[in-house]
Write a protein that binds this ligand. Structure first.
Ligand SMILES: [Zn+2]
Ligand SMILES: [Zn+2]
Length: 76
């Protein structure tokens, strides 16, 4: 599971945001404001900082979701 290892500008803590990969190969997190994280790759509209494509990214953090706890219905 990959999480953003960049540093948040506001509090200088590790970002831990969801990482996305653009079709151009650039990776980074998506932030509400420009330059919010030192490893930010996309702005709030999903525009790639590197190539400028909008919405051409896929999440690379949520690849392994099989480990999520599965709820068992109580009536079973
Ligand atoms: Zn980040
Ligand atoms: Zn790109």
């Amino acid at each position: 599971m990959a999480l953003c290892s960049g540093e948040r500008k506001v509090n200088h803590l590790q970002c831990n945001g969801t990482l996305y990969q653009c079709e151009c190969g650039a990776t980074g997190c998506k932030q509400k404001y420009d330059d919010d994280c030192s490893a930010q790759g996309f702005d709030v509209k999903g525009k790639c900082f590197k190539c400028g494509a909008v919405g051409k990214y896929t999440s690379i953090s949520s690849v392994t979701t099989d480990h999520a706890p599965r709820k068992t219905p109580s009536f079973l």
